[in-house]
Design a protein around this ligand. Structure first.
Ligand SMILES: Cc1ncc(COP(=O)(O)O)c(C=O)c1O
Length: 330
C-alpha cells in the first residue's frame, strides 16, 4: 500500500517563529488541559485577482478579539503583542505562497502546571496556521435549511459565549450533529431565556417588512465580527434599519428572510426554519444585496470600509515558498 502524505502548508508560525510544518511538534501530554482552555480565531483572506493581492478581512478586529479571549482565560497576552501577530499573519500567508483565498487560524493555549493549578504556573503558547480555502460567495443557489436544536446555547453563567473558546464548541458540535441526524443542514440554538441565540458557528439575522433584526450581544452569542460588518453595511451603505434585541422563536418562523453570517459562513441565506419556508425565498432581496456587497467588500472590489482590509503584501513581492530555513527568527 502506498502512503500518501497529507497535504499541508509549508509553514506555520509558533511562539514568535516561522516554522516548517513538520517541525511544529509538541509533547503528547500537552494535548490534555491545554485544549480545554484554548482560544482561537477564524480569519479569512480573499484574493483580489485584478490586483494580485490577498486582503485579510478585519484582521485587527480578530486580533483584538483573540486578545480578549486570552484575557478571559487568564493567559499572558503581553507576550504576543498585536503588532507582532499582525506581521506574523501576513508573513505566514506570504510564506505559504497561496494565490487564492485563505483561512487563517491563530490558536492560543497554556501548557505546564497542574490541571486546576495557579494561573502563574502555566506558559502561554500561540500558533497560527494559514490554509487555502474556498468561498460560497457568488454561488447564487447556496442556502441552508435550519432546525432549532434541543440543546441550549451556552450562557454567561457557566461558559463565556462572547469569546472564541475551543470548549464552547462542544455545545456547537452537539447541536450540529443533532441537526444533521434530523435531516437539517444546520442548527439554530435558543439561549437560556428561550430567545434565539445563533447557529453552531455563525450569527443569524432576520428581515421583516424591510427591516433587519438580530439577537443582541447579551443573548449568549459570540461577539461576531461579520455580524458587526453586516450591521454597518446595512445601516451605512444600504440605509436599512437594524435592530439588535432579544428575538423570539416564532419571529424566526414569520420572518420574510433570514441568513447566517460569520467568517466561515460568510453571508449564507436560510431557506427554511423547522420546515417553515421563509416567505421571500432564499436568498430574499435584502440577503442577496448584502451578500453581493459583502463579497465585493472582502475582495476589495467594492471600496467601502478600506480599513477592514489588510493587504498581505503579495503584490510585487517574490513568494517565499522556496525559502529553506527551518526556523526563521521573527
Ligand atoms: C459560535 C459562533 N458564532 C458566531 C460566529 C461568527 O463570528 P465571526 O463573524 O467573528 O466569524 C462564529 C464564527 O466563528 C462562531 O463560531
Amino acid at each position: 500500500m502506498t502512503h500518501v502524505a497529507p497535504e499541508h502548508p509549508a509553514y506555520l508560525w509558533h511562539n514568535h517563529h516561522l516554522l516548517n510544518w513538520e517541525d511544529a511538534t509538541g509533547h503528547l501530554t500537552d494535548n490534555w488541559w491545554a485544549s480545554v482552555g484554548a482560544v482561537f480565531e477564524g480569519i479569512r483572506g480573499y484574493l483580489n485577482e485584478a490586483e494580485g493581492e490577498t486582503y485579510i478581512f478585519r484582521l485587527d478586529a480578530h486580533l483584538a478579539r483573540l486578545s480578549n479571549s486570552m484575557r478571559l482565560m487568564r493567559m499572558d497576552c503581553d507576550s504576543f503583542p498585536q503588532d507582532e501577530l499582525r506581521q506574523a499573519t501576513c508573513e505566514l500567508v506570504r510564506a505559504n505562497g497561496v494565490a487564492g483565498d485563505v483561512y487563517i487560524m491563530p490558536l492560543a493555549y497554556a501548557t505546564g502546571g497542574r490541571s486546576f493549578g495557579a494561573v502563574g504556573e502555566r506558559v502561554t503558547n500561540l500558533f497560527i496556521t494559514s490554509r487555502p480555502t474556498t468561498s460560497t460567495l457568488g454561488q447564487e443557489d447556496h442556502s441552508l435549511r435550519a432546525g432549532f436544536s434541543s440543546w441550549t446555547r451556552i450562557g454567561d453563567r457557566s461558559m463565556p459565549p462572547r469569546v472564541k473558546a475551543i470548549a464552547n464548541y462542544r455545545n456547537s458540535q452537539l447541536a450540529s450533529h443533532e441537526a444533521a441526524l434530523n435531516g437539517y443542514d444546520t442548527a439554530l440554538l435558543l439561549n437560556h431565556e428561550g430567545k434565539v441565540a445563533e447557529g453552531p458557528g455563525s450569527c443569524v439575522f432576520f428581515a421583516r417588512d424591510g427591516r433587519l433584526f438580530t439577537p443582541d450581544l447579551t443573548s449568549g452569542i459570540l461577539e461576531s465580527i461579520t455580524r458587526d460588518s453586516v450591521i454597518q453595511i446595512a445601516r451605512h451603505v444600504l440605509g436599512i434599519a437594524v435592530e439588535e434585541r432579544p428575538v423570539d422563536r416564532t419571529e424566526a418562523y414569520l420572518a420574510d428572510e433570514a441568513f447566517f453570517c460569520g467568517t466561515a459562513a460568510e453571508v449564507t441565506p436560510i431557506s427554511s426554519i423547522d420546515h417553515y419556508d421563509l416567505k421571500a425565498g432564499a436568498p430574499g432581496p435584502i440577503t442577496r444585496e448584502l451578500r453581493q456587497l459583502y463579497h465585493g467588500l472582502v475582495r476589495g472590489v467594492n471600496h467601502h470600509f478600506p480599513e477592514w482590509r489588510a493587504p498581505v503584501g503579495l503584490t510585487g513581492q517574490p513568494l517565499a515558498a522556496t525559502r529553506t530555513a527551518t526556523r526563521v527568527p521573527w
